[in-house]
Write a protein that binds this ligand. Structure first.
Ligand SMILES: *Cc1c(COP(=O)(O)O)cnc(C)c1O
Length: 365
């Protein structure tokens, strides 16, 4: 079986370095808010071209803390893409803000800048752009709209570590960017972890404070904060893996290029081609009207696939009040998407086998 993702293989090249780093943390006797975190924050901020990085417990908290720091009045509206993972939207709801779902561009499947303005009201305070599948959103039109309507731009880059938009790294473009280092992400910890990057010093200070009970000076609480800290062990492990993010992303781009030039299946829609050196291909998402048949065919040929995502947010039980929304582009995407294996440990032989097998799908229909 070619697995969709084998984390054991993904982390194997770093085993010795991770062991050393882990032992160093173990022997230091200091496990929370220490030097390992400071070093990783500095390195990751520099990597993103951002002035500040604040390590937090996970990607969900990263978005939550950014929104909390902006302190919008209850009932404020936040523009979010309808086609995303639910974690992009939950923080809006947690803070008693109102998520306003916007349809994606049918080609990129990302937030469609042309469909944002019609959703902006006097209550709108922010836009959350989600760099889904490892591809940056079209940030120029989004930034322009935000300036025009005085909105904050927050990017959910949980799937896009290292991605570029017009020569700028994701993490340095929006007012604040949220990252997840969940083990399956392009930069993955060995547990839960996340970060916020920003060039806004005041915002950075506030988020730093909010992640630690709203406290900078011990036992003195300036805000009603939460406990969302990136621990020393995960920070040390992430620091070991960070220098290999670019080479791994490069390998992802090579595989995507092979898929894009090699796959030819009737009625199968490939993702749009890589703009040079921009996308980091967290996922390679194809579309086919006979999705179930495609998945079981590949499974019968020992190729494991995945679906990101099977059910849109506005159809989830958790969002019953949104069930009436009419979002046909989003719904069609969810009916058709299949994610092929794409990760840095796939061999050229695996990739050729996947292409060859896919190209015979039509004969099996
Ligand atoms: C993984 C992910 C998150 C959440 O990250 P966690 O670390 O699991 O909380 C948020 N948004 C997107 C798009 C993701 O893929």
């Amino acid at each position: 079986m070619i697995p969709f993702l084998d984390l054991n293989e993904v982390n194997a090249p770093y085993l010795t370095a991770i062991e050393e780093a882990s032992l160093r943390v173990l022997r230091s006797g200091w496990y929370i808010l220490g030097n390992e975190l400071k070093q990783f924050e500095k390195a990751f901020a520099a990597y993103c071209g951002a002035d500040h990085c604040i390590g937090v417990a996970n990607g969900l908290d990263a978005i939550t803390l950014i929104l909390k720091a902006f302190d919008f009045p209850e009932g404020s509206e936040v523009i979010v893409p309808a086609n995303t993972y639910i974690a992009s939207v939950l923080p809006v709801s947690f803070l008693n803000l109102v998520p306003v779902l916007v349809e994606p561009d049918p080609v990129t499947m990302l937030l469609d800048p042309g469909r944002i303005e019609e959703k902006i009201t006097e209550k709108t305070r922010a836009i959350i752009s989600v760099d889904l599948y490892g591809r940056s959103c079209e940030m120029d039109p989004i930034t322009k709209l935000a300036e025009k309507h005085n909105l904050k731009v927050i990017t959910d880059a949980a799937q896009a570590h290292g991605a570029m938009y017009q020569n700028r790294k994701v993490g340095s473009i929006a007012d604040a960017t949220a990252f997840s280092f969940y083990p399956t992400k392009n930069l993955g910890a060995l547990g839960d972890a996340g970060a916020v990057t920003t060039c806004d010093e005041q915002l950075a200070e506030k988020i730093r404070c909010l992640r630690n009970y709203g406290s900078v000076v011990r036992y003195q609480n300036d805000y009603q904060g939460i406990n969302s800290r990136l621990d020393e062990l995960q920070a040390a492990i992430l620091h070991v893996k960070l220098p290999f993010l670019d080479p791994e992303n490069k390998r992802r781009r090579q595989i995507a290029a092979r898929y894009l030039s090699g796959i030819e299946v009737r009625n199968l829609t490939l993702p749009p081609a890589d703009r040079p050196m921009e996308d980091v291909w967290h996922l390679f998402v194809v579309r086919h009207p006979k999705k179930a048949e495609l998945i079981s065919y590949l499974d019968s040929k020992n190729i494991q696939t995945n679906v990101h995502y099977p059910l849109p947010i506005h159809k989830q039980q958790a969002y019953q009040h949104l069930h009436g929304l009419d979002l046909p582009v989003t719904e069609q995407i969810h009916r058709e998407v299949v994610s092929l294996p794409l990760n840095p440990v796939l061999t050229d032989e695996d990739v050729d086998y996947i292409i060859h097998t896919l190209n015979q799908f039509d004969d099996h229909l």
